[in-house]
Design a protein around this ligand. Sequence first.
Ligand code: UN1
Length: 508
Amino acid sequence: DFVRNEYQFLKGLGLHSHNLGCYGNGIWKGSGNTVTSVNPSNNQPIATVVEASIEEYEDSLRACAEARKIWMQTPAPKRGEIVRQIGEALRSKLDLLGRLVSLEMGKILAEGIGEVQEFIDMCDYAVGLSRQLNGSIIPSERPNHMMMEVWNPLGIVGVITAFNFPCAVLGWNACIALVCGNCVVWKGAPTTPLITIATTKLIAEVLERNGFPGAIFTSICGGAEIGQAIAEDGRIPLVSFTGSTKVGQIVQNAVNARFGKCLLELSGNNAIIVMEDADLAMVVRSVLFAAVGTAGQRCTSCRRLLLHEKVYQHVIEQLTDAYKQVKLGDPLDKDTLLGPLHTRASKINFEKGIQVIKSQGGRILTGGSVIEHEGNFVQPTIVEISKDAPVVKEELFGPVLYVLKFQTLEEAIEINNSVSQGLSSSIFTRSPEAIFKWIGPCGSDCGIVNINIPTSGAEIGGAFGGEKATGGGREAGSDSWKQYMHRATCTLNYGSELPLAQGINFGC
Ligand code: UN1
């Protein structure tokens, strides 16, 4: 029933040309606004989705708060088994779901599939973690006492994700939140509702097949009104938000006002530093992937390239050559490297950004124009500009790379750290001194500090996130799980005396 033949594959993901966009209390519903999902390659409709109304949000949350009692008491390894099955379900649809990510978001197919793979990897990780949510025992200063740390679920975790990673970012959050014993309330991006629905269907099917209430995973398509409801909802102790610094600040204020916790993944302004001893062939490939990959729409995309003066000219020449060979086109074609920007608005934003760049003295070395086409295509762009131009301090969400020159490592680190954002950063060098300086106390102030690899493409095993205006949250691997749990510090007296701490004597 899809208008275009090429969309028939969506049936394999349980999608139709008209879809309901709210999975609450284990039932699909939707009586809010009807939105149309469009293909960024041509701005033609793919299918429609009826979003959740605020009443449907309320009903769904009520059911979720009930389901929480069951899920919190389910043993963690049993919760891990459910997440294992979610991973299996995703595996069986890897190609289809990856294709949908590519179709609806606009990233190339390899990256669409890569994104679903990232979710699958998170499932595997979380299954192991479900047997390792270990607490600890701490020596007590009192005789016949012991201290323990016990980790308990928070209850419900709200997850608000962005269009650029419409599937994987849910995976980073939901896999961990679920094994930690939390129900999940997910709001995906308003422009990627088909990915939200298709992903939810796979998760819902696993819960239902295992006899668990569907309300353990609640999924709500909607806009700012639903986002605000999640931020203000006292039943949701943790809100994990991915998006711009501007919106993140609004979310944080609303969540703070009710003493909730926030996990923020906000804007980046990521730099790659190239020292004079770097492997320059590796540099060119890395910068190409980090600045042009995903059409520059990753929060980890490289936006600033800091080149040592001795390699400046050479790298720019190699890079402009490489840029000219980038094949731009339909993200589903296997030779395409650069797909469209996600929306018409992003294309307009790119055009305006280029004007501002020029007005601030930026010199376009390659690219700089939008493509006259019904889709949202723009040229991959390199700009030579002063490090002090205000535009360099902002995140322009597209394939625009600023190149800057430096003389010393200290100067490069200072430029790296001179922006308000603090997500990802990389250095290319073979010098141990430079490497250890870079990762040490006087080095990069970012959450992600790489050596001889690009700024983007983080593995799930590490904690992902950034400092400063990037928000300070950490997702995925390492000990990120602790943010999704409540720590109980327990002091236990197994003696018959009542010695007080700090040697205090009080009354008898
Ligand atoms: C994002 O852009 O929101 O490190 C996340 C990376 C990916 C995730 C990016 N694994 O580029």
